[in-house]
Design a protein around this ligand. Structure first.
Ligand SMILES: Nc1nc2c(ncn2[C@@H]2O[C@H](COP(=O)(O)OP(=O)(O)O)[C@@H](O)[C@H]2O)c(=O)[nH]1
Ligand SMILES: Nc1ncnc2c1ncn2[C@@H]1O[C@H](COP(=O)(O)OP(=O)(O)O)[C@@H](O)[C@H]1O
Length: 298
């Protein structure tokens, strides 16, 4: 006599248990890639060799976004280039898609670490503080010194914090193609990144950090697609407000104007490859510098 089929609710319970187990296993795989203990390549290979593995059920987008420096924007572009739909799971890839994805992951595995990092984020989040910390504590990273038409604040030294130049001189730099990017920031002064020191530093094998505004970050993305864009986040919005007011460099009217700008800037964070929360300056600095020194695939 064939065994009586289990009543439907038992199937349902078993199915729910299996779904929870699969979700847990997938999360474990994602974490292991995210904490760099495994490369995305070996996760993909596991998924292809064992269709019943958690790796096989991982979405390709999850696999790629677990690679540091691959933010949502880059992953979307990459999926497009690889012609893989964003619902696809690792185990569900066709053979040609596997070849192309493997090729990509292999080149990245041997790829150069990021050489130039752009640090942007809302006003008063701590960009200046974190980049000054990097200048003082990571001497092999060149912190790009921008040209600006604004006048120096107390304690700011020409050629260290900024090159303080006149509007005419700034116009000349633009006309001479000396700037990698430039922008009018906070609707007032112009700021721009001199290109020669960067070319020199990169040619000498140094890492370069640009602390610039959102517009500048977008322009660098166009001029140097290999640059890594980092968005510095405040722990909370309230903390950002506290820092802006606490800094005391703007009057109340300017503060509220800048907070309005900060809202727009916060909305652009997904355009960036990596987000770093500035809880503690030295920790945020370490995370930024690590992006430049660690080969991309780990
Ligand atoms: N696009 C661009 N922005 C820059 C450059 N240098 C500084 N900035 C940005 O200009 C903004 C104004 O900086 P600053 O005058 O120091 O005032 P803060 O915003 O109050 O720190 C900051 O968001 C900087 O990131 C640059 O070379 N290019
Ligand atoms: N991790 C942090 N915790 C607390 N205060 C911070 C932190 N990082 C920066 N600050 C403070 O926040 C204010 C804004 O920092 P600043 O570097 O001028 O921001 P930005 O350059 O992004 O406009 C400064 O007073 C700075 O000392």
């Amino acid at each position: 006599m064939s065994p009586r089929p289990a009543p439907p609710e038992v199937d349902r319970v078993a199915a729910a248990k299996a779904a929870v187990a699969a979700r847990r296993a997938r999360a474990a795989v994602k974490n292991s890639v995210a904490d760099r203990s495994r490369t995305a390549l070996d996760v993909a290979e596991t998924g292809w060799n064992d269709p019943a593995s958690a790796e096989a059920t991982l979405r390709v987008t999850e696999l790629l976004t677990s690679i540091p420096t691959l933010g949502p924007t880059r992953v979307a572009k990459l999926m497009d280039t690889l012609a893989i739909s964003d619902r696809k799971r690792v185990g569900g890839l066709g053979s040609r898609q596997r070849v192309k994805l493997r090729e990509y992951l292999v080149t990245r595995a041997g790829g150069e670490p990021a050489r130039l990092v752009v640090l942007a984020g809302p006003t008063a989040v701590g960009k200046g503080t974190v980049s000054a910390y990097i200048r003082e504590n990571y001497p092999d990273v060149l912190l790009s010194v921008s040209a600006t038409t604004r006048s120096p604040r107390p304690g700011e030294v020409d050629g260290v914090h900024y090159y303080f130049v006149s509007d005419e001189e700034f116009d000349r730099k633009i006309a001479a193609g000396e700037l990698l990017e430039w922008a009018t920031v906070h609707n007032s002064y112009r700021y721009g990144t001199p290109r020669p020191p960067i070319d020199e530093a990169l040619a000498a094998g140094r890492r370069v950090l640009l602390e610039i505004d959102l517009q500048g970050a977008r322009l660098v993305r166009q001029a140097m697609p290999e640059a890594i864009l980092v968005f510095l986040l405040p722990p909370t919005w309230e903390e950002l407000v506290r820092r802006l007011i606490g800094r005391g460099t703007e009057d109340a009217a300017e503060q509220s104007r800048r907070l309005e700008t900060a809202k727009v800037e916060m909305a652009a964070q997904d355009e960036f490859d990596v987000k770093v929360v500035n809880h503690d300056v030295s920790e945020a600095a370490r995370e930024v510098v690590e992006l430049m020194a660690v080969p991309i695939s780990h």
